[in-house]
Design a protein around this ligand. Structure first.
Ligand code: NDP
Length: 298
C-alpha cells in the first residue's frame, strides 16, 4: 500500500503519520508541499506519487474566519477535495476524508445518522458538505468520516485553554446548550488505519461510504470544562475557578461569526457494525491527553 497523506501537520494529520506508518509506504505532505489553493499542482503531485490510498487531513477549519473568506473555504474544503477525488478514481485508489457535525443544523436531541437530512448553518459546514458530495460523486472508493469536537495533545486545545483560564480567573462561563462528544485525533487516526486496512483487504468498493466517527457518550462544553477542571484539581493543580465557579451560560452569551449546531450528537452504529470496532467513552481520551499535558508541565 502506498499512502499519500495530505495536511500532515494538523491535529489529525499528525496522528495519522503515526497510525498509517505500519500499513505501507507513507508519503506525508504539508501545506508547502501540497497547497490546496493550487489545484493543478495538487493534481500533478498526486500523479507523481501514484498512491493506492489518499488520506486527506487538510481543511479550512477556522470556522468563524470562513464566514469572511468563503472562497478560500470553498477552495480548500470542496474544490480541492474534488480534484483529489478525480485523481484517486483515475488511479483506482481509495480516498479517506474527514467531515463534520457542522453539516447538520443542530436541531433536536437525537443523534444524527448518516442518512439524516443535512442543513449546514455556516460557510464551514456548507463547504464541508460540498466536499463530501464531490468525493462521493467522483471517487467510488471513498471513506468519509464525520466527526466532532476534535482535540489533540499537540498544540492548543479547549482543555488547555480551560486550564489556563481557571488558573488566571476567579470565575469562568462556558456554554451549556451545545451537545456533542469530544473526540481525540489519536482515536480518529487509529480508527482510520483499522478501517482502511479492512476496506483495502475486502477489495472492490464494498465498504465505501460516509461514517460517523466520534467518541462514545455526550456532554456540553460546560460539562467538558468541568471534567477537565475537576480532573486537574484532583491531581493537585492550583486553580482559582473550580466547582460552581465554572458557570453554565447559553450560546447567546457569546457572539460568534458562525452559528454552531446545538445538537452535534453523532450516531456511530454504522461504523461500529461495518468495521467491528468499539469506540471508547469521550472521557478516556480526554483523561489521557490531560495526564500527558499535566506531566509535561509539572
Ligand atoms: P487542523 O486545523 O488542525 O489542520 C488542518 C490542516 O490543513 C493543517 O495542517 C493546515 O496546514 C492544512 N491546510 C490549511 N490550509 C491549507 C492549504 N491551503 N493547503 C494545504 N493544507 C492546508 O484540522 P484538524 O486536524 O482538526 O481537522 C482534520 C479534519 O477533521 C478536517 O477535515 C476538519 O474539517 C475535520 N473536523 C475537525 C473538527 C475539529 O474540531 N477540529 C471537527 C469535525 C471535523 P498548516 O499546518 O500549515 O496550517
Amino acid at each position: 500500500m502506498r499512502i499519500l497523506l495530505l495536511g500532515c501537520n494538523g491535529q489529525v494529520g499528525w496522528e495519522l503519520q503515526r497510525s498509517l506508518a505500519p500499513l505501507g509506504e507513507l508519503v506525508a505532505l504539508d501545506r508547502r508541499a501540497a497547497d490546496f489553493t493550487q489545484p493543478e499542482a495538487l493534481a500533478a503531485t498526486v500523479r507523481q506519487v501514484a498512491p493506492t490510498v489518499i488520506v486527506n487531513a487538510a481543511a479550512h477549519t477556522a470556522v468563524d474566519q470562513a464566514e469572511r473568506e468563503p472562497e478560500l473555504a470553498d477552495a480548500l474544503n470542496a474544490q480541492a477535495v474534488g480534484v483529489l477525488a478525480r485523481e484517486a478514481q483515475a488511479l483506482g485508489a481509495w480516498m479517506v476524508h474527514y467531515s463534520t457535525d457542522y453539516v447538520f443544523d443542530g436541531s433536536g436531541t437525537a443523534p444524527w445518522t448518516e442518512d439524516s437530512p443535512t442543513g449546514p448553518l455556516s460557510v464551514y459546514g456548507r463547504t464541508k458538505l460540498a466536499g463530501e458530495r464531490l468525493l462521493q460523486q467522483h471517487c467510488s472508493r471513498h471513506l468519509v468520516f464525520r466527526t466532532s469536537w476534535v482535540y489533540a495533545a499537540r498544540g492548543g486545545n479547549f482543555a488547555k485553554t480551560m486550564l489556563r483560564l481557571a488558573a488566571e480567573r476567579e470565575r469562568l462561563t462556558v456554554v451549556d446548550d451545545q451537545f456533542g462528544a469530544p473526540t481525540g485525533a489519536e482515536l480518529l487516526a487509529d480508527v482510520t488505519a483499522l478501517a482502511l486496512r479492512q476496506a483495502c483487504a475486502r477489495g472492490g468498493d464494498g465498504l465505501a461510504g460516509i461514517y460517523h466517527l466520534a467518541a462514545a457518550g455526550e456532554t456540553s462544553w460546560h460539562g467538558y470544562a468541568r471534567f477537565v477542571i475537576d480532573f486537574a484539581q484532583q491531581r493537585g493543580v492550583a486553580l482559582k475557578a473550580v466547582g460552581e465557579a465554572v458557570q453554565p451560560v447559553p450560546s447567546s452569551a457569546f457572539k460568534a461569526a458562525a452559528p454552531r449546531p446545538a445538537n452535534s450528537r453523532l450516531d456511530t452504529r454504522k461504523l461500529r457494525a461495518a468495521f467491528g470496532l468499539e469506540l471508547p467513552a469521550w472521557q478516556c481520551g480526554v483523561a489521557r491527553m490531560l495526564t500527558e499535558t499535566l506531566e509535561r508541565t509539572a
